[in-house]
Design a binder for this molecule. Structure first.
Ligand code: NAD
Length: 473
């Protein structure tokens, strides 16, 4: 583990002395490493390196940049087991899911960026103008802990494909996979300065956002931090991409067959419990026809019982711990306050598993909200907590789904696919799954309202790091 080191200008450099931050395994509460906290000077060194490397990287033929991205994907693929185990230790994700999502998605992102960058329309004629696409410059990328390498890879792969250079500031709770990515980039001979990683906290992050040589900021994290980053970036001003939180609704329309209803509920539970509910797109509001409420609660409870909690390295475990004591306390507080303010507890609750005395485990919990105005129907809990709401028909279901400050994702279920699409068009969110539609890593990903703005993944993700220039001839 490269503790206290940053990757800057193609070299591992010791950070200036600032107290490190303990990285704790959330399953056994043991310290597994120390995340160094980069200072403003450390950030400056990394940003200068990225700035120096920019012209040459932007000037490389696109096919050569794509080759580097493919080599990074191959390098990550070679270390997929190590990545999965590392993120399971940092975050608590069950190992099989770590393998598929935490380690698998980043590899897919680098491959997709390599394939798609060839399709960018770099120049077009418009009357007497030549319209050019050019990379924005130096990217400051700040990422959270829940999918620590995926979020880094989504930003880095797209930015490098576009011809930008990057300084990454990973989360202090799960910093090590970003350093592993730097190792891979180093091994494949990525030119020095093109990718730099400076571990740290909010102080490091603010220094990065505010640095005059950072041309664009790409942030994933909480709405509160997003707001702060937006304020700092506005001072320059410089563009920001914000991927923030969510409180996404799975809407079941009336008239579902037993089989479709079962599939819809299983999908909602799976989404809500993925990564112990620490997923920004989690479907944490279940909106069901009023006459199906009781049946839905009973089925959801049975489904949640099929998610045994425990050591995430055990193959039988389907629910790991939350990432930290702080996250545990916050989720328990949400559950207790919802119960105190009248929400009905239908499953789980704020009670520890007696067989799991250590680790930040929270039981899958179902709360029935009386109205979409209830705090538990509005606040992002970021834990394995499902809020169920009853609707009185299609318009009411749309009203409930839209009665949220967030607009990240959603799901709509109907026996009639066209009806589901028509309802999905009325819901304000960045991505909506229709009747069980699967996650598409090439589809644009991002939110509206308080969930942020800008899009990641696939060709839309690359476009975010380009600007448009016109030459009048
Ligand atoms: P967070 O906002 O606390 O931290 C995210 C990152 O920002 C970390 O690297 C942190 O060090 C850094 N940071 C903190 N304060 C900063 C500041 N003042 N200036 C600059 N950087 C600062 O979020 P978190 O707790 O790591 O992640 C959980 C949140 O992220 C949830 O709200 C979740 O919904 C959201 N999230 C969103 C998406 C998405 O794509 N929309 C994906 C994952 C997580």
């Amino acid at each position: 583990m490269r503790e206290h080191f940053a990757y800057v200008q193609g070299m591992w450099t010791r950070l200036e002395e600032r107290a490190g931050i303990a990285v704790v395994n959330p399953t056994d509460e043991r310290v597994i490493g120390v995340a160094a906290a980069g200072s403003a000077n450390d950030v400056t060194r990394a940003v200068r390196a990225a700035s120096r490397a920019f012209r040459e990287w932007a000037g490389l033929p696109v096919a050569e940049r794509a080759e580097f991205l493919r080599a990074i994907a191959d390098g990550l693929q070679d270390r997929i087991d190590e990545i999965a185990a590392l993120i399971t230790a940092e975050v608590g994700t069950p190992l099989a899911i770590s393998q598929r999502i935490q380690a698998g998605l980043p590899i897919a992102s680098f491959r997709a960026a390599a394939d798609l960058v060839g399709e960018v329309e770099w120049s077009a004629e418009l009357g007497n103008s030549l319209v050019l696409k050019e990379p924005l410059g130096v990217v400051g990328a700040i990422t959270p802990w829940n999918y620590p390498l995926h979020q880094v890879a989504a930003k880095v792969s797209a930015a490098l494909a576009a011809g930008c250079t990057v300084v990454v500031k990973p989360s202090e709770l799960a910093p090590f996979s970003a350093l592993l990515l730097a190792e891979v980039a180093d091994e494949v001979g990525l030119p020095p300065g093109v990718l730099n990683v400076v571990p740290g906290d909010g102080i490091t992050g603010e220094a990065l956002v505010a640095h005059e040589l950072v041309d664009v900021v790409s942030f994933t994290g909480s709405p509160a931090t997003g707001r702060r980053i937006g304020e700092l970036a506005a001072r320059a001003p410089k563009p920001v991409l914000l991927e923030l939180g969510g409180k996404s609704a799975s809407v079941l329309l009336d008239g579902l067959s037993e089989e479709t209803e079962q599939a819809a509920l299983a999908d909602a539970v799976k989404s809500c419990l993925l990564n112990s509910g620490q997923t920004c797109t989690a479907l944490t509001r279940l909106v069901v026809p009023r006459d199906r409420l009781d049946a839905a609660l009973s089925t959801v409870g049975d489904l949640m019982d099929q998610y045994p909690a425990g050591d995430p390295t055990e193959p039988t475990t389907k629910l790991g711990p939350l990432v930290s004591q702080r996250q545990y306390d916050s989720v328990i507080a949400h559950i207790e306050s919802a119960i105190d303010s009248g929400a009905k507890l239908a499953h789980g609750g704020p009670v520890r598993y007696p067989e799991l005395p250590r680790g930040y485990f929270v039981r899958p919990t179902v709360l029935v909200a009386g109205s979409s105005a209830d705090p538990i129907a509005r606040e992002e809990v970021f834990g394995p907590v499902l809020t169920v709401l009853a609707h009185d028909g299609e318009d009411d279901a749309v009203r409930i789904a839209n009665d949220s400050e967030y607009g990240l994702s959603g799901a709509v279920w109907s026996e009639d696919r066209d009806r589901a699409i028509a309802v999905a068009r009325r819901i304000r969110a960045g991505q909506i799954d229709i009747c069980g539609g699967k996650f598409n890593p090439l589809a644009p990903f991002g939110g509206v309202k308080r969930s942020g703005f800008g899009r990641e993944l696939g060709s839309y993700g690359i476009e975010e790091f380009l600007h448009t220039k016109s030459l009048q001839c």
